[in-house]
Design a protein around this ligand. Structure first.
Ligand code: ZN
Length: 376
């Protein structure tokens, strides 16, 4: 649980997510500590964007403890202990990144959670399969339980999670099918129901060999036992996307959905596979999962021309893309604003309301719910 001071320190950037860089010191100031204040914090002069209530307008926001206390055209600075000048910036509810890798030190692609999530506007992040049944207790103990960012997880169907593949060892976690242990995955979900929100499989050839469909079947079985979705990483797999989709069901998620190259959502003629269109129509979700090489402007433009729009926008931020091309979720979102894939006033849907419904399966707690918890 955040103390107010800790939350303010961590979220000076994220409260104002229109900029990826930290706020300069002069935009934040503290009033005298010698008196009592009505609010802990006032964020002044920003454009508040909250699509859940159709709000996109200049507003001040007052925070009291961990609650949003007031949203108004103008709230006096003198009412708050801390004041953030958000002029020229965007203020939104905390973002949700449904594809990150924050098992720092265990999965070779892992990075520390807080500097890359809550400090960058992401108050809730979902670790996408960095841990499997054997390594999940460590993810829980050393990352989920200690980070300021609220971290949830998709469990890898491989017992070893993503601990094997690195730049020096190109062999993924599912080359040995015996590591895809359905019963152990189901047991792990039961033990950690409060933080595991689904299963994850990566189906690329150097990760799942030529038994990708069997891997997916096993993940689906473990997920079904718990009533949870499966996130499927596509691209460069032995089986085709239509074959993969035939084993997925409504509520499941395709990540890296706008990737280029072999094994994506487009056929050889550049048409979106019919199975992708019918899958999306039936309730399979498309997630971006930008990654190091899993997003293509060409694919995005081609798909959008054919009426297929992005669903959730996630970063897949990890060790090998955090210094580019991903950097963070704000940079990823900016690409979609550039593509005009989502209107300026609607972009927060892709990193807020939709992730809530797709993976968390509950409505977003928004500014409107006063008093509501500040982080979504
Ligand atoms: Zn990933």
């Amino acid at each position: 649980m955040h103390t107010r001071r800790r939350f303010v320190r961590r979220t000076l950037g994220p409260l104002v997510v229109g900029v990826a860089s930290p706020l300069p010191n002069q935009v934040v100031h503290a009033q005298s500590r010698g008196r009592s204040y009505r609010y802990s914090l006032v964020v002044k002069g920003g454009r508040v964007i909250d699509p859940s209530q159709g709000l996109s307008a200049p507003r001040d926001i007052a925070v009291s403890g961990s609650k949003i206390a007031q949203i108004a055209d103008s709230i006096p600075e003198s009412d708050a202990l801390h004041v953030i000048d958000a002029s020229g910036r965007i203020v939104t509810p905390g973002w949700i990144d449904i594809h990150v890798h924050v098992y720092d030190g265990v999965a070779p692609l892992g990075i520390p959670a807080d500097p890359n999530c809550i400090a960058k506007g992401v108050t809730t992040a979902i670790d996408a399969g960095s841990a499997g049944a054997h390594t999940f207790p460590g993810l829980r103990k050393y990352v989920i339980n200690t980070a300021d960012t609220r971290i949830l997880a998709l469990l890898n169907i491989s017992v070893v999670g993503q601990s094997t593949l690195s730049q020096d060892n190109p062999w993924g976690e599912l080359l040995d099918l015996r590591y895809a242990n359905t019963a152990l995955a189901a047991k792990t979900i039961e033990r950690h129901r409060d933080v595991i929100v689904g299963m994850k499989v990566r189906l690329t050839r150097n990760i799942a060999g030529n038994h990708d469909l069997e891997v997916l079947r096993r993940a689906r079985e473990a997920a079904d036992a718990a009533g949870l979705p499966v996130m499927v990483h596509i691209g460069g797999s032995h089986s085709t996307v239509p074959e993969i989709l035939s084993l997925m069901k409504p509520g499941d998620v395709i990540t890296h959905s706008f990737r280029g190259g072999e094994g994506g959502i487009l056929d050889d003629d550049g048409r979106v596979h019919d199975e992708v269109l019918s899958g999306v129509a039936s309730g399979i979700h498309l997630d971006i999962g930008h990654g190091a090489g899993s997003f293509s402007f060409d694919t995005a433009e081609t798909a959008m021309e054919q009426g297929l729009l992005p669903g959730t926008i996630s970063s897949d931020v990890h060790q090998f893309n955090v210094n580019g091309p991903v950097f963070d979720l704000a940079t990823t979102v900016s690409k979609f604003l550039h593509l005009a894939a989502c209107g300026f006033n609607r972009f927060a849907d892709h990193v807020g309301r939709w992730p809530c419904l797709v993976v968390l399966r509950r409505p977003m707690r928004v500014f409107r719910r006063i008093p509501g918890s500040l982080p979504v």
